[in-house]
Design a protein around this ligand. Structure first.
Ligand code: ZN
Length: 250
């Protein structure tokens, strides 16, 4: 995998190390700027909260101190690591992610890709909202029969352990099939960024995404919950979660 510089410039001053390697748990970085309770680094493996995926937590340390990272948020081109304490600009730090939390979020987020693809296949229509344990679709005929089909398919695809493909595609090649949510996401990405990161579960789901994903469907693991709820204005809401253990590990 690999991209053009445009992909990283999109993220501003902090190079997002998780884009090239979702399995990176530790890294070294320099403090660019800091203030009371926050630190901005030149590079980071911490995922900032975005697109319904919560931020990573962990620690930043050097020989003098260890700071807890409670939350990570992107504001403009900068990634704010909210910490208990402070670090002066220029110093080097070592970052360590709370891996269990990140790995579960990566599994859930990858599961969200697979579920979205399956529900669309079974007639949900486009998704209007999602986070790592919830999908919301526009009003449709989606019912319990489709829910059961999706559950069966999900189980089979997890057992098949299909590799999840990550690659780059030129934005002019991307077809959002009239999906208003994807169109809106695409429009938010600056025009200068030509190459977008694609995430594909071959045969089931393909979309551009800058989140974190596991290597294969086996790592997603099995569902512990899959429920259909009818929301406001007849929106179809799917609530899901995964078993905490998977037979494969990252
Ligand atoms: Zn994604």
């Amino acid at each position: 995998m690999g991209g053009e510089d445009g992909d990283l410039r999109y993220f501003g001053v902090t190079i997002p190390l998780y884009i090239e390697d979702c399995y990176l748990r530790e890294f070294d970085a320099r403090v660019l700027r800091s203030g009371p309770g926050y630190v901005i680094l030149d590079r980071s493996a911490f995922y900032p909260e975005s697109g319904g995926q919560p931020s990573d937590t962990g620690i930043l340390l050097n020989e003098r101190q260890t700071l807890r990272v409670n939350k990570v948020v992107r504001r403009g081109g900068e990634v704010y690591h909210y910490v208990d304490g402070s670090l002066p600009p220029g110093v080097m730090v070592h970052g360590v992610l709370d891996w269990d939390r990140r790995y579960l979020n990566m599994r859930r987020h990858s599961g969200e890709h697979l579920l979205t693809g399956l529900f669309e296949k079974f007639g949900s229509g486009p998704k209007v909202y999602s986070d790592i344990t919830r999908l919301e679709f526009q009003p449709s005929h989606l019912g319990l029969e489709a829910l059961n089909h999706v559950e069966e398919e999900f189980r089979r695809i997890v057992e098949e352990d299909i590799p999840i493909r990550i690659y780059y595609a030129h934005r002019s090649e991307i077809d959002v099939c009239g999906d208003p949510r994807k169109m809106e996401f695409l429009e938010k990405i600056p025009r200068g960024v030509k190459m977008l990161r694609m995430v594909e579960i071959p045969g089931y789901s393909r979309t551009f995404c800058f989140g974190t994903h596991v290597r294969s469907t086996g790592e997603i693991g099995h569902l512990s919950k899959l429920e259909l709820v009818v929301g406001k204005r007849n929106r179809k809401i799917i609530l899901f979660d995964l078993e905490t253990q998977t037979h494969k590990t990252g």
